[in-house]
Design a protein around this ligand. Structure first.
Ligand code: GLP
Length: 259
């Protein structure tokens, strides 16, 4: 597991965007796993800038988003489909036929979830999965107690997550109780995972994920088993890590071929 501590959120966003851009350049037809949330805003803005100014090409890529609220249609302003259109899809040259999100309006949840898993497999699997982390250690919407062997399915949000995500909904609108999310095992099958965490509110979750025991109580801790996983943190999110100085040292002294 690689832990990179950056000085501020802008540096973290630029580093994460650089990793996605490198993936796109190395394999233009790659499959990207995408995430939502405030953490992703700066990353997508940087990708959009690279597309505009440096011709970063998305035209052959395929994308799969991690999750969506049940009951919100893609046109709903608080849906993750809307978030993705605003921050990325309308800003770059992805082919709409190769953009995939869980369908929060499906009438057949188990059927749709099985189809989503099959679609990921048919696309050749995810090359790079971008992740944020919830304050309770969730990845995607895999809340604490999620099976580490879980696949795409419906989940019930915890009160903490519903409270945290309240800020994205207009006053008076309820945060949905249910969501569709890739499972922990679905995420773990990505060839590479890049988790980005910003701010002191994430420090405890980051500590549990990176240095705690592997436990369903912190689904992000499953990433300790991932053979190619990078945590990109700002100073505040790294604030509780016992080995922070070691991670800095290791990053500064990594061999030339790893740079
Ligand atoms: C939601 C998403 C997660 C994301 C988390 C953190 O719960 N389902 O994928 O990691 O929000 O969001 P933020 O970046 O806004 O803190």
């Amino acid at each position: 597991m690689e832990v990179i501590i950056t000085p501020d959120p802008a540096s973290a966003a630029s580093l994460a965007a650089g990793q996605l851009a490198a993936q796109l350049q190395a394999k233009p037809s790659c499959v990207l796993g995408l995430a939502t949330g405030n953490t992703m805003v700066g990353i997508y803005a940087e990708l959009a800038r690279r597309h505009r100014q440096e011709q970063l090409d998305f035209s052959r890529a395929t994308t799969f988003n991690l999750d969506e609220y049940v009951g919100l249609a893609p046109g709903h302003p608080c849906s993750y489909a809307s978030f993705m259109r605003t921050h990325l899809f309308d800003q770059v040259n992805l082919d709409p036929r190769r953009i995939n999100l869980p369908d929060g309006m499906t009438a057949d949840v188990p059927g749709f979830c099985a189809h989503y898993e099959q679609a990921i497999e048919a696309a050749g699997g995810i090359d790079l999965q971008l992740l944020g982390i919830g304050r309770d250690g969730h990845i995607g919407f895999n809340e604490p107690s999620s099976s580490l062997g879980s696949r795409t399915r419906i989940k019930t949000l915890t009160p903490l997550t519903r409270t945290s995500n309240r800020r994205h909904f207009p006053p008076g609108d309820d945060v949905p109780m249910h969501v569709l999310t890739m499972g922990v095992a679905t995420i773990m099958e990505a060839r590479r995972c890049v988790l980005v965490a910003l701010g002191a509110a994430k420090a405890a979750a980051v500590k549990a994920a990176v240095e705690g025991p592997v436990s369903a109580m912190c689904p992000a801790s499953a990433l300790q088993w991932h053979p190619r996983c990078t945590f990109i943190l700002d100073e505040a999110a790294a604030g509780e890590l016992a080995l922070a100085d070691y991670y800095r040292f290791a990053h500064e002294h990594r061999p030339a071929w790893q740079r």
